[in-house]
Ligand binder design. Structure first.
Ligand SMILES: [Zn+2]
Ligand SMILES: [Zn+2]
Length: 352
């Protein structure tokens, strides 16, 4: 094996990223080295690429970007028994301590010592990446890695949709970026009665429609509150999956959330905003829950079940598959908003 690898790295505080060679990382006794086959581009990667306020405060330069991956295990640390050489794996990107109160109580997704791949340490936009073996998720090797790498954001969608009852429930998916459109797909797969998709971008609404959304609404041209109420006997939807991070959208969503309903929030507002707690939460008896990451590894198992059962349409949610070298085009597309999930192909599987 050679000692150098191509990476997409963030080197300076300017907008953009650089394809640059770095040393292939050494691995610890509990780690594995993964030869990357495919990666997908996340909104978080765009924040790092643009180097926004959050990225400035969090990212230590230089850093290899990226965290959503599928790859082949090519080296094992000496303590590793849970993964074999040649396995095709994806990675749970939250590296947790296993020792805090939350890890010990089965809530590792809120571990107080979480370190995130591609955020707090070098990531996966790279020909090789080192990860702890306990973070590896072993995949069905017959599935194209271009669809396996998106299981990490798919897990965000699954965690949000499945954080309460789903069967026969009406859903509004607010914000139809890549995770939002996957949430539409998941909601339909797990028995939602009716799915409203809401976004300001018609490309994304069109994609949501292809993935099974029953009603697509654009707040630019439609009165979303009255449309949803009209189509739910005046009662509103049972579940809102908030994926836009917009305070305006969330306040509207509280108005069309049914009494006794559930508001599951994944989207991250970039500043605090006001909510009418008395009228929109207390008197309506609604449940509001915050969704972070994926339940480790319960959400991954749910994703595997849905994929293996052929219930999802990842080939539709992934709208672009590009060569690794064309990363700038991928970021331009992400910034334009006219895309679903974008995948970069990195390396070739080795026959073993
Ligand atoms: Zn991500
Ligand atoms: Zn912990």
């Amino acid at each position: 094996m050679h000692t150098r690898m191509k990476t997409i790295s963030k080197l300076t505080s300017d907008v953009g990223a650089t394809m640059i060679e770095r040393e292939i990382p050494e691995i610890g006794d509990d780690d594995i080295l993964v030869k990357t086959l495919a990666v997908s581009v996340c909104g978080t990667d765009v924040h790092i690429y643009e180097y926004n306020r959050w990225a400035k405060s969090r990212i230590r330069l230089p850093q290899i970007m990226g965290h959503e991956l599928a790859g082949q295990v090519v080296k094992l640390g000496k303590n590793v028994t849970s993964v074999n050489l040649g396995d095709i794996v994806s990675a749970e990107t939250h590296i947790v301590c296993g020792e805090c109160e939350f890890c010990k109580s089965g809530n590792a997704h809120i571990c107080i010592n979480t370190s995130i791949l591609g955020v707090d340490r070098d990531g996966a936009f790279s020909e090789y990446v080192a990860i702890p073996a306990k973070n590896a998720w072993i995949n069905n090797p017959d599935i194209d890695p271009a669809y396996l790498c998106v299981q990490e954001p798919l897990g965000n969608a699954i965690h949000t949709v499945l954080s309460g009852a789903t069967q026969g429930k009406s859903f509004a998916i607010v914000g139809c970026g890549p995770i939002g459109v996957m949430a539409v797909d998941v909601a339909k797969a797990v028995g939602a009665s009716k799915v409203f998709a809401i976004d300001l971008n018609d490309y994304r609404l069109d994609l949501a429609k292809k993935l099974g959304a029953d009603v697509c609404l654009n707040p630019k041209t439609q009165d979303v509150i009255s449309e949803v109420l009209n189509q739910t006997d005046g009662l509103g939807v049972d579940v809102v999956c908030e994926m836009s991070g917009s305070g305006i959208a969330m306040n509207q969503a509280f108005k069309y959330l049914k009494k006794g309903g559930r508001m599951s929030i994944l989207g991250l507002p970039d500043h605090p905003f006001t909510i009418d707690v008395a009228n929109d939460i207390v008197f309506k008896g609604v449940t509001v829950n915050g969704i972070t990451g994926r339940r480790i590894m319960e959400t991954w198992q749910q994703g595997k079940e849905l994929i293996d059962a052929g219930k999802l349409h990842l080939e539709t949610a992934v709208t672009h598959i590009l060569p690794f070298e064309d990363f700038k085009q991928a970021f331009d597309l992400m910034i334009s908003g006219n895309c679903g999930k974008i995948v970069l192909r990195v390396g070739e599987k080795e026959e073993r």
